[in-house]
Ligand binder design. Structure first.
Ligand SMILES: [Zn+2]
Length: 135
């Protein structure tokens, strides 16, 4: 009788019983059953739904504590950005970016200001509270 030598990390997939790698509870075919995978998928779905709602209804449809707002605020947490750079950093339609900007500005979560950079006036986007700290 041949004995399988099982490394302590190996365990069967909870869905189909196939051996999994690195002690994961699911094999590659059932990786979508992991709870964290579901959470990521849920956030992606929430983001997509928000984007289509904002695209349809504009700034009044923005949830200032939603996924899109979180994404907008997170790219500014390391400092202010020019509006142009800010727009390029977000993978969202222009109309949605502008609606988010307006809604978050109104909510005091971010500020738009004009700064002179190399003789040209640039619009700069910064976090609302960060700006308060600086002034
Ligand atoms: Zn499986």
């Amino acid at each position: 009788m041949r004995r399988h030598r099982r490394s302590p990390a190996s365990r069967p997939c909870e869905a189909c019983g196939e051996a999994t790698s690195n002690g994961k509870p699911y094999c590659i075919d059932h990786i979508d059953r992991l709870p964290e995978f579901g959470a990521v998928q849920g956030r992606i779905a929430a983001r997509e739904a928000e984007i289509s709602t904002i695209q349809r209804c504009g700034a009044r449809a923005v949830d200032v504590s939603g996924e899109c707002a979180r994404e907008v605020l997170s790219i500014l947490k390391d400092g202010a950005m020019t509006l142009k750079c800010f727009r390029h950093s977000l993978d969202m339609p222009q109309r949605v970016v502008d609606a988010l900007l307006r809604a978050l500005e109104k909510a005091g979560r971010l500020r738009k200001l004009e700064v002179e950079i190399r003789g040209r006036t640039e619009e700069v986007v910064a976090l609302g509270d960060r700006l308060a700290e600086a002034s």
